[in-house]
Design a binder for this molecule. Structure first.
Ligand code: GLN
Length: 539
């Protein structure tokens, strides 16, 4: 039977529950166990797909097309275990399932209530398809004490009671602040948070203390005493210089060992930390570096392009190079500033995006990259805009655009039903906003002799998509006459998936999101190649 590990957070949010869960998962996996991580999010959206990245950060997409919380990206990157649509649940999803059931008469005769109906639904999500796994790590979003998380906390309390303490473990992550003026570490917020958790019927078995400075023995003792946990189960997590140090630092603090001890599991196999040491070394100490400009509209929020930032750093790891990210707000980017702002850049990346705002700044930057032969990587919207730039400035189609931005343009990019007469999708399939995109993994066939085929070293690839609009294939020949190659097509040969320029050292656009499949211990070939090209560019 699988053992369940529940990770809750206290005091404040953003303490790194995701990273802690992902690191623990790596350590257990590396010791030879089969691990799964799930995220339970207390918000009312059915999924984060319709949320603004400013509020929620990036939307992470799984192979099977689920739009999920960005923590699932951490999980995949650290464990190299692909998530599925069963691994992220929200209050919205739970309630919509329950309301559907209620409407179809499944609860006939009963009053539908938070306990037991909502909690049962949460419990069955936690358990769904877990056979064959040794550990299921469930991270509960939010902070203990929030109104919204109550049903989730009640559900995990019940769950632990159902499967028994020997099969379930509670980890609570809290903040242990350091007060500079008095030169003191304070344990009181942790005590209060544990008290709050206890009032909901849960006693943590392990407390992870996030702290600016190492926790002295006395403070550990105090937490152990007041919070009723073994002193060995008071684990510190001091701010790391790079997140890739996290598995190393949790191993040093014996987190995985204590988890195994709790479950009375004896093993001699130790986790392999060598790759993390190597990765950390490159990221922190490599003498070589490149400057990459990421031009987008959500640059002010740290997590809005999380997987892109990570994948670029992974590309650096593959080239033993540090990657300095220069985030540029496309909305504020005027033509006259471009030369100045991009003058010391080794490579330009335009990430995915939606809507009109900031598109002109992006298009001008693409022109700058194309004409100055600066390595350019366009992802999803970035690729669509690079085609628009080429259509306007090389094919001289003045009004070239995307119907997403301007309904009256010459549609180089449009909804499939707008340009593909026979229709690939069923009528009306694109009418609703939520849940109507091409999502998840699709096959793409790469053209012989193309740069991209050389990079992947394969002619068939599988990558994840998240977009509503498609490149209008009717312009293919016009583009190709002027040296822009449609180097990758969908397997039915109807949808352009990748493009590149003949007369450019590295100019690639992809309709999919390769960043979702990059891993620090296994960098994505496109990002590795992009950074290599950027490194070779002499400023
Ligand atoms: N807005 C574009 C579309 O829907 C691109 C989406 C994206 O970049 N993820 O097709």
């Amino acid at each position: 039977m699988a053992r369940y590990i529940f990770v809750t957070g206290g005091v404040v949010s953003s303490l790194g529950k995701g990273l802690s869960s992902a690191s623990l998962a790596y350590l257990l996996k590396s010791r030879g166990y089969k691990v799964k991580i799930r995220k339970l999010d207390p918000y009312l959206n059915v999924d984060p797909g319709t949320m603004n990245p400013f509020q929620h950060g990036e939307v992470f997409v799984t192979d099977d097309g689920a739009e999920t919380d960005l923590d699932l990206g951490h999980y995949e990157r650290f464990t190299d275990i692909n998530s599925t649509n069963l691994d992220n649940i929200t209050t919205g999803k739970i309630y919509s399932t329950i309301i559907d059931k209620e409407r179809s008469g499944k609860y006939l005769g009963n009053t539908v209530q938070v306990i037991p109906h909502v909690t049962n639904e949460i419990k069955s999500f936690i358990k769904n398809k877990t056979s064959g796994f040794d550990f299921i790590i469930c991270e509960i979003g939010g902070t203990v004490g929030d109104i919204e998380s109550l049903p989730f906390l009640e559900a995990i309390r019940q769950f632990s009671n159902d499967v028994g303490k020997k099969n379930s473990l509670f980890i609570h992550l809290t903040l242990v602040p350091f007060i500079k003026s008095s030169d003191e570490i304070k344990t009181k917020p942790t005590q209060h948070s544990v008290k709050e958790l206890r009032s909901l019927g849960m006693q943590p078995d392990i407390i992870i203390c996030r702290s600016e400075i190492p926790l002295p023995k006395d403070q550990r003792k105090k937490i152990s005493l007041f919070c009723n946990v073994d002193i060995e189960n008071v684990i510190e997590t001091v701010d790391v210089k790079t997140i890739y140090e996290a598995p190393i630092s949790f191993y040093k603090e014996k987190l995985d060992k204590q988890v195994l001890k709790y479950f009375k599991i004896k093993t001699k196999k130790l986790p392999n930390l060598k790759p993390w040491h190597k990765t950390t070394n490159v990221v922190l100490r490599s003498k070589q570096e490149v400057n990459i400009s990421v031009i987008g509209k959500y640059v002010d929020l740290k997590d809005a392009y999380k997987s892109i930032d990570e994948a670029l750093i992974h590309g650096g790891i593959a080239n033993n190079t540090r990657v300095n990210l220069n985030k540029i707000d496309s909305e504020k980017l005027t033509f006259s500033q471009i030369k100045n702002k991009l003058s010391n850049t080794n490579g330009i990346l335009i990430p995915g995006g939606f809507g009109k705002r900031g598109t002109e700044g992006k298009i001008q930057s693409i022109k700058f990259a194309r004409t100055n032969k600066i390595p350019f990587f366009g992802i999803c919207f970035g690729m669509q805009l690079s085609l628009i730039e080429f259509a306007r400035n090389v094919l001289k189609i003045k009004n070239a655009g995307s119907t997403e931005i301007n309904k009256k343009c010459t549609p180089i990019i449009g909804l499939i039903e707008e340009w593909y007469k026979d229709g690939i999708l069923k009528k009306g399939e694109l009418k609703k906003i939520g849940g109507t995109m091409r999502l998840g993994q699709y096959e793409c066939v790469l053209l012989n002799n193309s740069l991209i085929k050389k990079i992947y070293n394969s002619n068939k690839i599988f990558e994840r998509h998240r977009h509503r609009y498609e490149v209008n294939i009717n312009y293919k020949e016009k583009f190709e006459d002027k040296g822009l190659i449609f180097s990758g097509m969908s397997n039915n040969n109807k949808l352009p998936e990748t493009i590149e320029l003949k007369a450019h050292p590295w100019f690639i656009g992809v309709q999919f999101h390769p960043e979702f499949k990059s891993r620090p211990l296994n960098p994505h070939p496109l990002f590795a190649s992009f950074i290599k090209a950027a490194k070779n560019k002499i400023i």
